[in-house]
Design a protein around this ligand. Structure first.
Ligand SMILES: Cc1cc2nc3c(=O)[nH]c(=O)nc-3n(C[C@H](O)[C@H](O)[C@H](O)COP(=O)(O)O)c2cc1C
Length: 418
């Protein structure tokens, strides 16, 4: 059997043990049933991933509020939600002996206008994406009381995740969502205690971490997903990330996952808008992550672009520099190969081939590539094997039609439960 460091266990600060260093990173599944709850599809998907042998599975982002969804088929968990389907989901995700964490999120201004809700953010700065800005309503700045309410919601969702049987939560502070909107000076123009200095901009995140910690048990794992940088001029940068990670070191955070980018600058897909070609090579955030890991008290996980075993090993323990990260997050490759960890352990299929769409319109191509991943999640969720659609454009059209149906269903549910 292999001696690879990828398969050594890791003990987190709270004493929880990950059986290996390979994690299925969060991917919004877009598989919620009516009422924005998990059903048999999400259970089947996670049971399938659990069979694949990862040390850790992280859910796609679960919303802390029914009024702000990152997509029309997002899962919502709040006070009063029936926990039975979440218990079944937790059981499925843990069935392979790996840890199962729920990612918890509020998307802030990154909410589709078609969902019909008022959009809120740190400040009234609208999303700007060439040709796509009208898909997002301009946000209204949150009041102090609303900020406090949302922080309490992060804590409630985390407490409910623990009650349902999840091993931990991951607070989503990356990818341009609400907490990232507070962190970035481009989207946070506030002059109160929630804006201005980095300390103030990070207050939402720190208060959310503290509130979550106060509501869960000591053995429950609390983690944060943070951008190593936003990859936008004047945005949250690497030095900011280092400072935030240093501060989180005193807040009983068990792991920090580093990623990058936002809807405006999708660096996590390898396409940053500030000219940084994050996609030029695999494992595109690994150097940022190593630099940040050097100041981190807790283990660091890095996600983005990993699809080969050799590169994953190098990212974990860099032989020339001697400093590495502790856990590797893998998203798309796990959609196309749910047995990735098992295969790498058995030294089979060392590289996962992820199809990419190479249309001239880079944004549309990026979106279509995402849809190809969604198609795999949907297939796994109904017991089928992954298969790349022959015509990405048709897959994109089908996804748009599904989104319309889910939007209608969500609006009907909101109207019935307002
Ligand atoms: C279909 C899809 C959905 C995603 N949803 C989420 C999400 O809910 N939360 C999150 O933090 N990242 C999400 N991501 C980003 C991934 O976690 C990851 O950061 C990114 O895909 C880069 O990693 P990869 O190259 O291994 O795919 C998503 C990615 C894809 C492809």
């Amino acid at each position: 059997m292999t001696q690879s460091p990828l398969f050594e266990p890791l003990t987190l600060p709270n004493g929880a043990i990950l059986k290996n260093r390979l994690a299925k990173a969060a991917m919004e599944e877009s598989l919620a049933a009516y009422g924005q709850i998990p059903d048999a599809k999400l259970q089947r998907l996670y049971r399938r991933w659990a069979e694949g042998g990862a040390g850790l599975l992280i859910t796609g982002n679960v919303m802390i509020s029914p009024a702000a969804l990152s997509g029309p088929a997002s899962v919502v968990l709040e006070e009063g939600t029936d926990l039975a389907p979440f218990k079944a989901w937790a059981e499925a995700g843990r069935s392979g002996g790996g840890a199962f964490w729920m990612q918890i999120n509020h998307p802030g201004r990154q909410v589709m206008a078609t969902l019909g809700e008022e959009t809120v953010s740190a400040s009234d700065v609208a999303v700007e994406i060439p040709g796509m800005s009208k898909n997002f309503n301009p946000p209204r700045a949150l009041s102090e009381a609303e900020i406090r309410d949302l922080i309490a919601r992060f804590a409630t969702t985390a407490a409910l995740a623990e009650e349902a049987g999840f091993d931990g939560v991951q607070i989503h502070a990356a990818h341009g969502y609400l907490i990232n909107q507070f962190l970035s000076p481009l989207t946070n123009r506030r002059s109160d205690q929630w804006g201005g200095s980095l300390e103030n901009r990070a207050r939402f995140l720190f208060e959310a971490v503290r509130a979550v910690r106060a509501r869960v048990s000591e053995r429950f794992t609390v983690t944060v997903k943070l951008n190593s940088a936003d990859f936008q001029k004047g945005g949250f940068d690497q030095e900011d990330a280092k400072w935030v990670v240093t501060q989180l070191g005193d807040m009983n955070v068990d792991l920090v996952e580093l990623s990058g980018g936002s809807y405006e600058s999708p660096a996590m897909q390898g396409r940053a808008e500030d000219g940084t070609s994050t996609g030029r090579r695999e494992a595109y955030f690994v150097e940022f992550a190593r630099d940040i890991a050097a100041v981190a008290k807790m283990p660091v996980m890095v996600t983005g672009g990993i699809r080969s075993r050799a590169l994953a090993e190098d990212a974990l323990v860099n032989k020339t520099e001697g400093i590495g990260v502790s856990v590797l997050g893998i998203a798309r490759a796990m959609a196309f190969e749910p047995d990735l960890v098992k295969n790498w352990k058995n030294e089979a299929t060392p590289v996962v081939d992820i199809p990419s769409v190479t249309w001239k319109n880079k944004r549309l191509a990026g979106f279509a590539s995402m849809v190809l991943a969604y198609v795999q999640l949907e297939r796994l969720a109904i017991g089928k094997s992954p298969r790349t659609p022959r015509f990405p454009f048709l897959a994109l059209m089908r996804n748009q039609m599904q989104a319309k149906r889910w939007t209608k269903r969500y609006r009907a549910w909101r109207a019935a439960h307002a």
